[in-house]
Design a protein around this ligand. Structure first.
Ligand code: RAM
Length: 358
């Protein structure tokens, strides 16, 4: 992990601010060393020296296809699968609703994929079919948005959940100038990742340094551009004193920034959260957005392919402490609950935005 973190920092260029609290390492939740054998596959023993298999069929199932974030994520996966001399495939629904991925998982089982890499739209709705996949000896790697840990082998987390939630609270506070009303514009109400980050944010907001901030509403744009745009508009109409919209989704933050940039709220209401530099650039340049954060989504897709290949080759089983190599990203260690953390998030500002192109 340390090595990959250093590499990520180097790639992120000198002026990118690394958020201190988002250190490496798995979550600190329950220790579970049996994640690798849960859900139907026979308990395996890891052989770190096993050779990586070539020709592996590795399929990506993002939350939804028509999201620029998913495209960047899976582009990294495609690169890695090529390096691994495997067969890459991407399938998925056009909306991020809870059960929209189930039929795709069933098809991937029929197609006898070796690895399914999935960003779960709901932690539980995908579970029965993911466990059927595992019974059919398909390895399941979640990335971006986790499924229940009872139905996957490994979760590739973009940064620690705590680190992301803390950074969202910190940015909201900065943009509010330390006091006043803030609102959250999230993705879908069932999204595992956004809900986990919002939970951390709420805990953060109880701290004395945030006592003057008031979270007035959590709105859901369902990772749909139009709905997110309308929800942003609705928040500003309903809460005339609102100072900040913090959006922990690349779809939501871009839609909210677009709305504010061409409205009378520009300069009065701040937009922050998690965004793609390429989508946010114009709103940073026109002064609508002063700061937001993210990681490089391509690296998540890339890391997930290497984790899947290491699983399918028997190098790892998903148990805590096992290590595997992830090509250009270096070596990773599996943390508690089968979680692998990519690295810390980065902050983007007018000063550094032009150094990032994703
Ligand atoms: C959206 C999706 C994705 C999330 C990013 C930050 O693109 O909801 O799951 O990780 O935002």
């Amino acid at each position: 992990m340390l090595r990959s973190r250093r590499q990520l920092l180097a790639a992120a260029a000198a002026s990118a601010l690394v958020l201190g609290s988002a250190a490496c390492g798995g979550t600190t939740k329950n220790n579970s060393s049996d994640t690798g054998s849960a859900g139907g596959q026979a308990a395996a023993t890891a052989d770190p020296n096993a050779q990586l298999k070539t020709g592996l069929k590795i399929a990506y199932l993002p939350k939804q296809l028509n999201n620029p974030y998913s495209d960047v994520e899976t582009s990294g996966g495609e690169v890695a699968v090529k390096e691994l001399q495997g067969e890459y495939k991407k399938v998925g629904p056009n909306d991020a609703s809870a059960s929209s991925q189930v039929s795709y998982i069933n098809t991937l089982i029929q197609q006898q994929e070796n690895v399914i890499v999935v960003a779960a739209n709901d932690p539980n709705a995908v579970c029965p079919s993911l466990n059927q996949a595992r019974q059919a000896k398909i390895h399941v790697v979640t990335f971006d948005s986790d499924a229940s840990k009872a139905c996957r082998d490994i979760f590739i987390n973009q940064a620690t959940t705590e680190g992301i939630g803390q950074s969202l609270a910190k940015m909201a506070n900065e943009q509010a100038g330390g006091s006043g009303q803030i609102a959250i514009l999230s993705a879908t109400p069932n999204a595992t990742n956004q809900n986990a980050w919002i939970d951390v944010m709420k805990t953060e907001l109880k701290k004395p340094e945030y006592s003057k901030l008031q979270l007035v509403k959590i709105a859901y744009g369902n990772d749909d551009d139009q709905k997110s745009f309308q929800e942003a508009q609705g928040l500003l109409q309903s809460y005339p004193k609102l100072k900040v919209i913090v959006s922990p989704t690349t779809v939501g933050i871009a839609a909210a920034a677009r709305y504010v940039s061409s409205s009378s709220y520009k300069g009065k209401v701040q937009i922050t959260g998690l965004g793609l530099p390429n989508q946010m650039r114009e709103y940073v340049k026109d002064g609508t957005v002063k700061k937001f954060a993210l990681w490089n989504p391509a690296d998540i897709g890339y890391l997930a392919a290497y984790a899947g290949a290491a699983l399918a080759s028997g190098q790892i089983t998903g148990a805590q402490g096992e290590k595997f190599k992830a090509g250009k990203l270096g070596e990773y260690t599996i943390g508690a609950d089968g979680e692998v953390v990519l690295g810390p998030p980065l902050e983007f500002t007018p000063a550094n935005i032009d150094q990032f192109h994703f």
